[in-house]
Design a protein around this ligand. Structure first.
Ligand code: SF4
Ligand code: SF4
Length: 480
């Protein structure tokens, strides 16, 4: 529902509180305490506008299905002459031996560096069992097109329930139970499905590919050259899992990699569980993590958020601090409406991700219709040089999340959750630069000391109601 463009007295007063705080009348801690009332993520989503149609512009004469072998994670190894694993492992070991937790962040000791590294391997276990974050794993292992544990006999029985409203409620409930922090549904736009799956992902060798095709068939199947999806598969259940914000803000370090590894493991659990539920209900399910298709546009279409300058999905609840996964299905479902809450307009002024990107992969420029060879053209957005990003990851020996850590939308319930700020972003774009300065002034996008990972209270899956003890913990200043 569109939010009105009026500002009430209470909202105005809250705005005054924010600006007074900037002037020094309130300490950041006092401001944080005032913001406690804005910790309800559902309330933040409720403030967004829902819209009919897409919240981004498409050139239908250009947009077409993209080849997975051309995505940066697959293209970079061919350009650099070695697999991603070979290119990064040398630096991972160097960091450990010298007591660092990335090329630029000190761990304090070799033992500390090892602890972070060991946690990473523990938290990535489920993702590693699937492999390559799901890239090129269509119909492989746990991402099978067939049931992995539900009885075939049950899955082959015709559905007993075909009411879209009931099925939508059930599917979303199962998704949440399977670990999704956000879930939305969209109609499948086949242009968002890869034209080909690269079966030897992240390799320097020539790509081994299978074409992904849609066909009038009852069940999905695979041949020597093709992955076949039934024409009836017209819906996508898109899920987002939140990452631990403190760990993301320790970027770039092995702690950041722990956060993303856990996110990938949770993604795997979620898509496999949801796919099995769908099959047991008598429908077709194609589970996908990073593979099969482009997650960000699917998530936008499913109403989970908007696309930011950093190329990531920005959600009202968690900003860009999420991992995305999806299940394609022929289960009859009711799609969600896309939302808009001022991201595009704010990104025009903000540019913090571009400023703090260590590889300068993120453009400082305007949106456009095309970018690099590893970008799919035909959408009006910010195109970024992800090869530069991946090269930095190799050199760092860890994942980087600077573009998530510094994003004003990442901090969630603090200033960003403020009614006045939201109102201002919608209605006074000329103040957006002030909002960025305010964000910087309070240090909300600051980078974290890696040891905070062990010192803070932590909830299940790194997610806690009080956002990692933000209210009670005094952060350390990082020196590197
Ligand atoms: S992950 Fe790091 S290097 Fe890559 S785009 Fe984001 S900030 Fe830049
Ligand atoms: S850091 Fe700023 S410019 Fe970048 S995605 Fe976030 S809001 Fe947009």
């Amino acid at each position: 529902m569109a939010e009105g463009n009026t500002i009430d007295r209470q909202t105005f007063l809250k705005g005054v509180i924010s600006l007074s705080a900037l002037a020094g009348a309130f300490s950041a801690r006092e401001l944080l305490a005032q913001e406690a009332e804005f910790m309800d993520t559902a309330a933040r989503r409720a403030k967004a506008d829902t819209i009919t149609g897409r919240p981004y512009r498409v050139d239908d004469s250009v947009l077409s299905r993209f080849d997975e072998s051309m995505v940066a994670i697959n293209l970079a190894p061919r350009e650099l002459g070695a697999s991603n694993m070979e290119l990064s492992m040398k630096h991972v070991l160097e960091n450990y031996m010298t007591g660092r937790t990335s090329n630029i962040v000190d761990a304090g000791s070799r033992a500390a560096a090892r602890s972070f590294m060991a946690a990473k391997f523990g938290l990535s276990t489920f993702s590693d069992l699937i492999g390559y974050y799901g890239t090129g794993r269509d119909n492989v292992g746990l991402l099978s097109y067939s049931p992995v544990s539900a009885p075939e006999m049950l899955c082959n029985m015709p559905p007993d329930l075909d009411d879209p409203a009931q099925l939508t409620t059930q599917a979303k409930t199962v998704a949440k139970l399977a670990g999704a922090d956000l879930v939305g549904i969209c109609k499948l736009d086949r242009r968002q499905v890869y034209s080909h799956s690269q079966r030897n992902p992240e390799s320097a060798e020539p790509p081994v590919k299978k074409e992904i095709v849609f066909e009038k068939t009852e069940k999905p199947y695979e041949t020597a050259t093709r992955l076949v999806i039934p024409d009836s598969v017209e819906n996508v259940i898109v899920m987002a899992v939140e990452q631990n914000r403190v760990m993301a803000q320790a970027s770039p370090s092995m702690v950041t990699t722990c956060a993303s590894s856990l996110g990938y493991s949770r993604m795997g659990i979620a898509v496999i569980m949801v796919a099995e539920y769908i099959r047991a209900m008598g429908y077709t399910a194609i589970p996908a993590m990073n593979g099969t298709g482009l997650s960000v546009p699917m998530a936008i279409d499913a109403g989970l958020g908007e696309c930011g300058r950093n190329g990531l999905l920005i959600t009202p609840e968690f900003g860009p601090n999420v991992r995305l996964c999806k299940v394609l299905t022929n289960m009859p479902l009711i799609p969600d409406e896309p939302i808009r809450f001022g991201v595009e307009q704010f990104c025009n002024e903000c540019k913090k991700c571009a400023r703090d990107c260590p590889s300068q992969a993120i453009t400082h420029g305007a949106q456009s219709w095309s970018g690099y060879a590893h970008n799919n053209p035909g959408v009006y957005k910010w195109y970024n040089d992800h090869i530069k990003c991946i090269k930095f990851w190799h050199k760092s020996g860890t994942a980087c999340m600077n573009c998530i850590a510094v994003c004003p939308f990442t901090k969630g319930e603090v200033i960003w959750g403020h009614d006045f700020i939201r109102w201002s972003i919608r209605n006074t774009p000329f103040l957006d630069k002030c909002m960025v300065a305010l964000d910087d002034a309070f240090g909300y996008g600051r980078r974290r000391e890696p040891s905070e990972m062990w010192e803070r209270p932590v909830g299940t899956y790194g997610i806690s109601a009080d956002r990692f003890g933000e209210m009670a913990y005094k952060p350390k200043r990082r020196h590197t």
